[in-house]
Design a protein around this ligand. Structure first.
Ligand SMILES: [Fe+2]
Ligand SMILES: [Fe+2]
Length: 472
């Protein structure tokens, strides 16, 4: 098994693509379609080159190379984490059997669906973020945006490789469809709701990379456990790249909160809006929105499909090897959120059918850590205000609470009350217009917009005033 990528090939890869001419030709004929998609649906801001990292090795001893590259010449490649020849299935009815190198016929359509749904989110986020370059608060942020974009493009490659290599003609057709669906399109939208929302400003971008990319992290974490070894190895490497996306979101919101706090203190006010910042109340509303739509991505509280995926070994739990149970769950129960006689409560279900809830809970715990961090910034500034995650039933469109409305504290509201009061908790047109008015581009080296604090460190040891991007 080779681990370093072969960059002499048209499609860089560590899967010995040259040994399978048919597959290589199929992917080489998909490549121009991908590039057309990138040119027409990718970043709109014209650039000469961008300081980007490119994966060169999946091993422990450094996998990234940094350098200025023209974005259309970025070497999108196919990288799978190293193969463990002894890997065995960790859960479900096939537990203990060797991991699959090919797909068992009976699971083909389910596995294809899992790969397609994951694959669909990757180009979707590039589409959602395509116009953000025009309003970047600094070259540092612009570079981070583009890094996330090229890596989401690479994640699309990762899923398309699996479709081409393991799913025959159906797989090739699905790979084409991944380029035809578009975020927000009326005729052929992306599969999942949150990926059809706009990302119109940088606060939305940071909230998206914090909350929605984090959903991606959890989905990839479950697929990393898959009995289908190529999928597992693909997701393992994608998770490494995903860590940077989380970093962009976490530190992005950090810096917005920091600047807002600073201006609140300096001006001795609760409302930093008139002083050129995003008011803390608006940060809270954006948080409420992005968190609640991201909770929906985990699906209903119970799901027999997901139970079947687990039993079959297709999709595991977050941190499956660390769970202290039998990894089969056939006799276990769990409590899931539910509406009981119209009230918010919990009900007991078979643990297998509650796996969406299990994953959503892991995610919620992780989300709380960001909120704690942002609150520490407020506390360190000497401010009494705090941010918080809204109640799990707040603004939900999927699952047990889709049919009710609540306050962020979980107090139930009539539709009329919700209609009157939701603007207190979700961004209104006035809030969005204010945020957009702050989004004046700062494309000058070493400078930064007034609504956000500079980062503590540059990228790859470079200073903040490095020339991260050369604009065209
Ligand atoms: Fe991704
Ligand atoms: Fe991502």
């Amino acid at each position: 098994m080779t681990t370093s990528a072969d960059y002499t090939e048209k499609i860089p890869n560590n899967v010995d693509l040259h040994e399978d001419r048919r597959l290589q030709r199929a992917l080489e004929s998909w490549q121009p379609n991908f590039l057309n998609w990138w040119e027409s649906m990718g970043p709109t801001l014209p650039t000469q080159d961008v300081y980007l990292r490119t994966a060169v090795n999946v091993g422990r001893e450094g996998w990234a190379h940094f350098g200025h590259v023209a974005m259309r010449d970025y070497r999108w490649g196919i990288f799978l984490a190293e193969r463990d020849p002894d890997r065995r299935i960790g859960f479900g009815q096939h537990q203990g059997e060797p991991a699959w190198q090919q797909i068992p016929g009976e699971y083909r359509s389910e596995l294809r669906r899992l790969v397609v749904v994951q694959g669909d989110t990757e180009p979707a986020s590039v589409e959602q973020q395509r116009n953000l370059g025009a309003t970047a608060p600094s070259l540092y942020d612009l570079r981070n945006l583009f890094q996330v974009n090229v890596e989401e493009g690479r994640h699309l490659w990762a899923m398309v490789y699996l479709l081409h290599a393991y799913f025959g003609r159906d797989g090739r057709e699905e790979a084409e469809e991944l380029l035809h669906r578009n975020s927000g399109s009326a005729d052929s939208p992306r599969i999942l709701g949150a990926f059809n929302e706009e990302t119109p400003d940088w606060l939305s971008f940071f909230m998206f990379t914090y909350f929605t990319d984090r959903d991606g992290k959890y989905q990839l974490g479950t697929l990393k456990e898959s009995a289908f070894d190529p999928l597992s190895r693909t997701c393992e490497f994608m998770l490494k790249e995903e860590a940077h996306h989380m970093f962009v979101g976490t530190t992005g919101v950090d810096r917005v909160v920091e600047r807002t706090a600073q201006l609140m203190v300096e001006n001795d006010t609760d409302d930093a809006g008139p002083h050129g910042a995003v008011p803390l109340s608006v940060i809270q509303k954006y948080l409420n929105f992005h968190y609640s739509v991201s909770l929906d991505l985990f699906g209903g509280e119970t799901s027999t499909n997901v139970a079947n995926y687990y039993t079959a070994g297709l999709k595991g739990r977050w941190m499956e090897p660390r769970r202290r149970d039998d990894h089969k769950l056939t006799d276990d129960g769990m409590l899931v959120d539910a509406l009981i006689d119209g009230e918010i409560g919990q009900t007991e279900v078979a643990a297998l059918t509650g796996l969406n809830t299990d994953l959503r809970r892991e995610y919620i715990t992780d989300c709380q850590s960001g909120v704690n961090r942002w609150n520490k910034i407020l506390a360190d500034a000497g401010l009494p205000q705090r941010l918080k995650l809204p109640h799990i039933a707040f603004n939900r469109k999927v699952g047990a609470f889709a049919g009710i409305e609540t306050t962020p504290d979980g107090e139930m509201l009539s539709p009329a009350d919700w209609g009157q009061r939701s603007g207190q908790w979700l961004p209104t047109e006035v809030d969005k217009t204010h945020v957009r008015s702050l989004m004046q581009p700062v494309h000058e080296r070493g400078k930064i917009a007034a609504w956000i604090a500079p980062p503590r460190h540059g990228i790859n040891g470079q200073p903040f005033d490095y020339e991260y991007v050369h604009l065209a």
